[in-house]
Design a binder for this molecule. Structure first.
Ligand code: GLU
Length: 322
């Protein structure tokens, strides 16, 4: 039974689908620092479900980068695909409750069904291809989960999901309206990201989730899965704005090589990189180690808007001037 005295715990959850860049490292560093400030435990969990996109060597490389920056953890690394039986049991439980069903429709069929019936042009709505209209939900649902080659979808309840994000503030999101029935098990035969995160956070005792705000609406989906599975306590969420390039788009290849391994290979020291992260958290830009960052970080100073990685930031990172 969870009690108020339950030890708080967070997770660092890198996905080995690409190299860590300055943006994700800033989120990890803030996550780590909040944990160290609050005395929370940390589990390192590698989220490798997206196996076709997993790059060879990326798991080891991500772990090495976090260590190089001075981060540590109390548990793990755990590798998500090592044991998918807890996720399967969760879908079996949902099936017994009549809360999931297999769906063999293609993306195009779903997009066609999502087209407004009275639209002048009968073009499929590909603007939000992940929206699954409720009309496609079958009335009859199996009560046993089977390995048919289909996406298994969760019967998303109607209405707004409301929650208080510890950084981003009050949130309200209508999952059924905007997303529809959530995929919990994919036709590739593994749990979806949404289900896996919920099952893993719960079984690993995670109480505090710190991550980028591109996942804010995922939090609403995840809360519905907590409720569908009857899991408590629900985690406290802390979603941070992303780091973007000068064009306002999230940091990616188009902004040059922002991979941390590349910076490190060209001689940037960890303290310098953390100094840049500090300036992205409302602190003075000065070299410091991870411990120093954890001591200096003040949540109230973290800007509530996207952080722009400028040419000037890059020049400072690559030089040795203070
Ligand atoms: N593994 C995910 C990522 O790297 C994070 C998911 C999460 O924090 O819930 O984007």
């Amino acid at each position: 039974m969870a009690s108020e005295a339950t030890k708080r715990k967070t997770r660092l959850a890198p996905s080995p689908t690409g190299a860590l860049h300055l943006g994700n490292v800033r989120t990890f560093l803030v996550n780590w620092a909040l944990a160290r400030q609050g005395g929370w435990d940390i589990v390192l969990r590698v989220e490798d479900l997206d196996t076709p996109r997993t790059k060879p060597g990326a798991i080891d490389e991500s772990i090495e980068i976090l260590e190089w920056l001075g981060m540590d953890w109390d548990e793990g690394p755990t590798i998500q695909t090592d044991d998918l039986s807890p996720h399967r049991r969760a879908v079996e439980q949902l099936a017994r409750a009549g809360l999931v069903y297999p769906c063999e429709l293609t993306r195009t069929q779903i997009a066609e069904a999502a087209t407004a019936p009275h639209g002048l042009e009968n073009t499929p709505d590909m603007s939000n291809p992940s929206r699954f209209p409720i009309e496609l939900r079958p009335d009859e649902r199996p009560t046993v989960f089977t390995d048919v080659e289909a996406n298994w979808r969760f019967v998303t309840p109607a209405g707004d999901v409301e929650f208080e994000d510890a950084f981003a503030g009050a949130q309200r999101f209508d999952v059924l309206e905007n997303i529809g029935d959530i995929v919990v098990w994919t036709k590739q035969g593994h749990p979806s990201y949404q289900l896996a995160v919920v099952v893993d956070d719960h079984r690993q005792g995670v109480t505090d989730v710190v991550r980028g705000d591109d996942l804010l609406d995922s939090a609403a989906r995840q809360l519905l899965l907590y409720r569908g599975l009857g899991l408590t306590p629900e985690p406290r969420y802390f979603h941070l704005p992303l780091v973007v390039g000068a064009d306002g788009r999230r940091l990616a290849k188009r902004h040059g090589d922002t991979r941390v391994v590349r910076c490190r290979a060209s001689g940037v020291r960890a303290e310098r990189m953390i100094g840049l992260m500090a300036s992205w958290c409302g602190l003075a830009r000065a070299e410091m180690d991870a411990e120093g960052f954890a001591g200096a970080l003040e949540v109230d100073k973290i800007p509530h808007k996207p952080i722009v990685f400028t040419g000037e930031d890059e020049a400072w990172l690559m030089s040795n001037e203070s």
